[in-house]
Design a protein around this ligand. Structure first.
Ligand SMILES: Cc1cc2nc3c(=O)[nH]c(=O)nc-3n(C[C@H](O)[C@H](O)[C@H](O)COP(=O)(O)OP(=O)(O)OC[C@H]3O[C@@H](n4cnc5c(N)ncnc54)[C@H](O)[C@@H]3O)c2cc1C
Length: 400
């Protein structure tokens, strides 16, 4: 009998899980809270075994074709003078071989999902009824339906998570807010990821994209880890307050906010839960094990986790055994992916010119030839070395 799955969230994890389940003949529905796919965000990396998975999905070339052309990472001062440079191939560069805008990736995965997958927008789950033989779902419009399996792929701030795991604190606040938004490109811009550390406590980025615009990110430390719902205007006001007097291109970014229509802004939490499932419902991606952008691993572990979960579901009938296998095979790697480099994020932020100089000279030292050679010896930043996850192989995946 055909099995049915409801997936909440059309980001990276939701459509990847949908892809594999539908390939195995499941009847899959993906719901998304937003009115359309959310295609915002900056460059993200696809590393480790996630590269093998996108290859198996036949989307590797499409992904490579959308490379943003970013040349590497450059630390700059307030006058845009380079203080340290990490070209793409250097040790410590945060620009990897496979770099793609998050929105381009989401679109590619959604387009690759079989036509049988149905996407419903402006839809969320209001309540779940965990039964022995299925899950009763009440949607926000009060209609109800029943599915064999419900999968929460609704991101770091998942509202489906407490309906599955129960109310509890699954968040580990990093003390930092991040924001992403898109601004017009100007003639003086270049194809480097420019990283500016302000003595006012702000870290701001400008990164090239493949659409003739620039991707901005503004980051700052604050104790406020639970803000009330913010409208677009609230987000702009909070960002303008932080950008004021911060130096570099911050006045330009503040002005550009006037015309920005979508902003991702909020506190960064790592998600840590003792279990990822209850009954016939389960979590995947950021909803289960968000590592935050500070690790560069969010998309990678979302793709690997989705692949394992979906292929276990396609291989075994007993959902309890499936969820146990998903955790057994993947929990250790997801946990390791959450490890932050020493001093991150605190060491990167500055509250004085002295600290700014310290950050920039530390970056210059790391970028210097002798340090690069030592890092090479130890394999620092080496993609091959970090590719240490033994991806489970499924007969079902090969035949899908
Ligand atoms: C707009 C946006 C921009 C981002 N930009 C970056 C970036 O620049 N760099 C970076 O490293 N990471 C970024 N991320 C996070 C990154 O996408 C994830 O860490 C990673 O790809 C894992 O993906 P995910 O599918 O688990 O979660 P996400 O990509 O966050 O996707 C979750 C999806 O669920 C939807 N959703 C939320 N609540 C509900 C609900 N109740 N019901 C149904 N759907 C819901 C969201 O709208 C979203 O489409 C961004 C996320 C978003 C949503």
């Amino acid at each position: 009998m055909v099995k049915s799955a409801l997936i909440a969230g059309a980001g990276v994890a939701g459509p990847t899980t949908a892809y594999w389940l539908a390939k195995h003949g499941w009847d899959v529905t993906v719901i998304e809270r937003a009115g359309d796919l959310r295609l915002g965000g900056q460059n993200i990396d696809i590393t480790d075994a996630a590269r093998d998975i996108v290859e198996q999905m036949g989307i590797e070339t499409a992904i490579k074709d959308k490379h943003t052309g970013e040349k590497g990472l450059m630390f700059v001062d307030t006058d845009n003078v380079s203080k340290a440079e990490f070209p793409t191939q250097s040790k410590g560069s945060l620009t990897r071989e496979i770099e793609i805008l998050r929105g381009d990736l989401v679109k590619i995965i959604v387009d690759a999902t079989p036509e049988s997958v149905s996407y419903r927008f402006d839809t969320t789950i209001k309540a779940l009824d965990h039964k022995e033989d299925g899950v009763g779902v009440t949607f926000d419009d009060d209609t109800t339906e029943e599915f064999d399996i419900v999968i929460a792929a609704d991101g770091m701030n998942s509202r489906t998570r407490p309906m599955i795991l129960g109310e509890g604190d699954y968040t580990d606040y990093l003390g930092v807010w991040s924001s992403y938004f898109t601004v017009p490109r100007i003639e003086a811009d270049n194809d480097w990821w420019r990283w500016y550390t302000s003595p006012s406590g702000v870290i701001a980025f400008l990164r090239p994209d493949n659409k003739g615009t620039m991707r901005a990110s503004v980051n700052f430390q604050t104790d406020d880890n639970d803000p009330p719902h913010m409208t677009l205007e609230d987000k702009k006001d909070r960002l303008r307050a932080r950008l004021s007097g911060a130096g570099w291109e911050c006045d330009r970014l503040a002005k550009a906010l006037d015309d920005v229509e979508d902003i991702f802004l909020g506190p960064l939490h790592q998600i840590k839960a003792d279990s990822w499932s209850h009954g016939r419902s389960v979590l995947v991606g950021d909803a289960a094990y968000c590592p935050t952008p500070y690790t560069g691993m969010g998309t990678t572990i979302a793709i690997i986790g989705s692949y394992i979960l979906a292929n276990e579901l396609a291989t075994h009938d007993d959902h309890a055994a499936v969820f146990a296998a998903y955790e057994e095979k993947f929990r250790a790697f997801a946990k390791q992916a959450q490890k932050l480099p020493p001093g991150v994020p605190d060491a990167a932020y500055a509250n004085s010119m002295f600290k700014v100089k310290l950050v920039n000279s530390g970056a210059a030292l790391a970028a210097s030839t002798p340090v690069q050679s030592v890092l090479s010896l130890f394999g620092g930043g080496d993609e091959e070395k970090s590719n240490d996850f033994d991806l489970p192989q499924y007969e079902t995946a090969r035949s899908a």
